[in-house]
Structure formats: C-alpha cells, structure tokens
Design a binder for this molecule. Structure first.
Ligand code: M6R
Length: 516
C-alpha cells in the first residue's frame, strides 16, 4: 500500500532487536512516524516500518514481547496482521486486528499464514486467530492471548476439508485453466445444502427491512446478476452496492436491514468493514463465501459456503459460477408464484442441474481450442468492448474485469442499450466487440457496432448473421449468465497466453484484498 515494489520496501523489516512482517494498512502512519521524531531514520517507504520502530522501542523499554505488542497495537489505527521476531526469543509472535491470521499445526512444525493454502501441503489442522488476539508460536507450543486484556484464550483444533491436491495444478499449466475446468463439478457443489437451510436463509432476506448485496470486483458482478434474478424470478428488488461505495447508503441501514456479502475469500477488507458497521447498527449479516472459516463468514448471522474448493488463481472463475448458482436457487425459493416453497427450491435446483449438464457437454478441449484460436486472432488489439442485456449486462462487466486483469487489454463492458448514448463513438474499423446473447434487441445493437466497423464475436446459443466469429453456449434460461461467463473466462485466459503473460500472476493484484 505504501511505496513501490522494491527491495527496500520488501518485508520483513528489521529495526534494532525486532523483525516484522505486516499485512494491512497503518492509517495513522504519518502521525506515528511524527511521534517517533528523528530517533529513527526510515529506510523504506512502507507504513509497516513504523510498527517495527515502535516495537523496538517498546521492547527495549519493557523487555517483554507480549507487553510490547500490546502497547503498540493500542497505537495503531487501521487493519493489521503482524508476525514479529525478537532477538534472543525463540519462535515468533503474531497478532491481528482486521486482517487474517491462521495457525497450521503439524507434528513437527507450526505455521503462521494469512490463508490456509500456504501450509495445506503440511497440515490440515488449524487454529483460527480472531481479531484482537495474539499468538506466541514455538515449534512445540502455541499460546493464544487476548491482545487487550492479556488473558489466555483457548483455541479448538479444526480440521479443514480442503485436500492438499486441490492446491496443486496437477497436469494443468496454470491454476486459472484448472479452475475453469473445475466448474464441471463445482457448480453443483454450491447448491449442496438442504432445502430447509436454503429456505431459512431466504426467509432472513425476505423479511428484512431492505436488502443490500455488498461485494467487490467479480463478486460484485455476481451480485448484479442476482439483482436481475431476484427481480425476474422473485419480484423482489434488492440493492447492489460495491462495498467501497456503500458509505453513502449506510444511513439506510437499520435494525433488521439485511446486508448480504458475496466474497470468494471472505476476507475482503472493504466488505468486512461495511458488515462490521452494519452489525453495530443492528443489521442482519448474511454471507456467501468460499471459505467457511473466513472473517466474513464468522461475523455473519447466517452463512452459506459455496464448496468450490480452494481457488488459487487471482482471477476468480469457479467461485463466481458457484455464487450465481446458489443465488439463483435462493431467488427461486423467494418466488411467490407458487404456494409450495419446497417445490420452488427444487425448481431452482432443476435449473442448475440442467445447466451443469449442458456445461459439461460444452466444456471440452475442442471448445477450449476454438476459443484459443479466436484469442490469438484478436490478441494484438489494445481495445475490446463487450455488450450484454439483462443478466448478461453484469457478465459484460465481468468479462471486462477478467480480460483486463490477465491480458492487460483495455476492455470495457456496456449495457447493450447504452451503446447509442456514447460508447459507440469508440468503435473503429476492426475493433473486437464481444456480443453476449442472441435476442433481437442485442442483435440490433451488434448490427450497429458492425456498421461502424466493429468485428463481432458472438457468444450465444444461436449464430446470428451479424456475427463474424461465433462461440456457442447452451440455452440455459434463467441460468444463462452462468453458462455465458465460462467462454469469457477461457477467452481471457487464452488472451493472456497469446500475449505471453502468466495468467496466474497478474501485475499489481493480490488474491485477497485485505487492505482498504
Ligand atoms: O475474495 P472476494 O470475492 O471478496 O474478492 C473480490 C475481488 O477482489 C475479486 O473478485 C477480484 O475482482 C478478482 N481478482 C477478479 O477476478
């Protein structure tokens, strides 16, 4: 968050008798730096170094690592997860407020990480460290205390269900392509909850005084798809707000307002902060995450795991389709069209079963090859536009994120009907335009694009005449967004490959965005 990517800014930071690694952001960094005065010459541009300076001072004074960490934690405003070593003290200390820390316990070693996959190869036994807790770790012992009171905290050993193989690429060249193909199985896993659980979750939404879906990035586009699904299927209006924009609307969050967070990691700081504040205002906190033990899940009054297995690639793929599948079943459950609520949940399940089976037919090496060829053809372009309507509008926005983050092509998604209000001016001869869907209005928009020189790539169940290149997707009715996003994921992956980029390592991005 502070300073460029350079050796001097890399963690850990050593100051005197202290070595520190920090995840998070010190919001009062300037003030703290000022308080240190000229007693220390800062050698990095990071906010983290000031924590090391304060720890060094406190430890020199108190000679107690625990006391030093507690004293310094009090001074920090913002989110942090820190790991600290003190000269002469065996093992290391870790503490958190707002950013994740997880302990992995193996027979011969203990691990501290911010995410389970970091040590899953060695152990599946974990202790979750909560906010305002500190842990002292030696190879043979783990001692957890409260960061404020210093009192001992008892932790339960928990065995996580993720298998080590899940974080291996196996014979796949990248995690991203592996996870795209994982969707043959993961979509169904997402709705692996009994009807009662789904109905009670939906009831918490339906009976709330206002519903807000809060998410970031791809998860936010999923939330937008859900907004259409709830409107079309259940005739319920939900509000979808990107977490970072929610402060403007928090005045509408009261007792019994439902805040439903959608997040793969369950650790996204912008989302977490809105939920924490919502909870204080008496809102119902609901969440759908891929990590049942995440901070968001644990903060929630009701939580749905999507059971997609570890998602390692920075670009979110399988988590998004699983989230959409679960939200679609929730929308059917909330529908008032029939009297028997049980039947409605099952209708939703039926849609997802049919969609999964159609996706299984679609997603094969020949299909991927076809998309790879299209990617190679357009990979040299610097601009690319995507249009869609209804649930395919958020998918056009999602396509833009996916293409931007792994291929660095300037991609933009638009609501098809908005083209004529400005964006069409961007179209030049040969500009690749991806058209999602084959309904008459969208095809009319595709014709407008083509007549301005656009090169039309159609992703739809049928091949319209206007289309220069066609990627077929099955007709999945209300689940069309789920089927349509998959060729987009493949296109993004192959665009990155064609541009000689590593799709698993996009520049400037992190898998879990645990800072604001
Ligand atoms: O873990 P989350 O779902 O909360 O993450 C939200 C976004 O940071 C994430 O979806 C991001 O946009 C992805 N890199 C997109 O592929």
């Amino acid at each position: 968050t502070h300073g460029g990517i350079s050796k001097k800014n890399a963690h850990p930071h050593r100051v005197g008798n202290v070595v520190l690694a920090h995840n998070g952001i010190v919001e009062n960094y300037d003030e703290l730096k000022h308080s240190v005065g000229n007693t220390h010459e800062f050698s990095s541009d990071t906010d983290s170094e000031v924590i090391a300076v304060l720890l060094h001072k406190a430890y020199t004074k108190t000679k107690s690592p625990d006391q030093a960490i507690r004293d310094v934690a009090k001074q920090i405003t913002g989110r942090f997860a820190i790991v600290v070593m003190f000269d002469g003290i065996p093992g290391f200390f870790a503490a958190r407020r707002g950013s994740p820390i997880i302990i992995g316990k193996a027979k011969e070693a203990t691990y501290v990480a911010s995410d389970i996959p970091a040590f899953l190869e060695y152990t599946q036994t974990v202790n979750y460290i909560d906010d305002n807790e500190m842990v002292y770790v030696t190879p043979s012992n783990t001692r957890v205390t409260n960061l404020i009171t210093g009192r001992k905290v008892q932790k339960r050993d928990i065995t996580v269900s993720w298998e080590p193989e899940e974080i291996e690429k196996g014979s796949w060249p990248h995690f991203m392509i592996k996870e795209i193909f994982d969707q043959k199985e993961t979509i169904l896993e997402a709705i692996h909850h009994n009807n009662k659980t789904i109905q009670s979750f939906v009831k918490k939404l339906e009976t709330a005084k206002g519903i807000y879906l809060i998410a970031c990035g791809t998860a936010h586009k999923v939330a937008m798809v859900a907004e259409y699904l709830f409107a079309d299927i259940a005739h319920i209006k939900i509000n979808v707000v990107p977490a970072a924009e929610m402060p403007s609307f928090e005045k509408f969050v009261h007792k019994n307002t439902a805040l439903l967070a959608i997040s793969q990691s369950g650790e996204t700081a912008d989302v977490l902060e809105i939920l924490e504040r919502g909870k204080k205002r008496g809102a119902r906190i609901l969440s759908i995450t891929n990590v049942p033990s995440s901070s968001i899940a644990r903060l929630s009054d009701a939580h749905f795991p999507i059971n997609a297995g570890a998602e390692k690639a920075v670009a979110s793929t399988k988590a998004a389709t699983s989230q959409m599948a679960l939200l679609l079943v929730c929308a059917y459950t909330a529908s008032k069209k029939h009297t028997s609520i049980k039947t409605l949940t099952d209708i939703g399940r039926g849609v997802i079963w049919n969609t999964t089976s159609a996706i299984n037919d679609m997603l094969n090496p020949r299909y991927a090859k076809h998309i790879e060829k299209i990617a190679k053809k357009i990979s040299r372009h610097q601009n690319l536009f995507i249009i869609g309507r209804g649930t395919l509008y958020p998918i056009a926005l999602e396509a833009a994120i996916k293409i931007q983050e792994v291929s660095y092509i300037h991609a933009q998604g638009f609501a098809a009907g908005e083209l004529k209000h400005g964006p069409i001016a961007l179209i030049e001869k040969g500009t690749p335009c991806v058209v999602l869907g084959d309904d008459p209005e969208t095809i009319a928009n595709a014709i407008e694009l083509q007549s301005r020189g656009g090169f039309i790539i159609g992703i739809a169940p049928t091949q319209a005449r206007v289309v220069d290149l066609w990627i077929r997707v099955p007709d999945c009715n209300s689940a069309q967004a789920i089927a349509t996003v998959i060729p987009i994921q493949l296109l993004s992956y192959y665009l990155a490959r064609a541009r000689k980029l590593d799709p698993d390592m996009p520049r400037n991005l992190a898998k879990s965005v645990t800072v604001k």
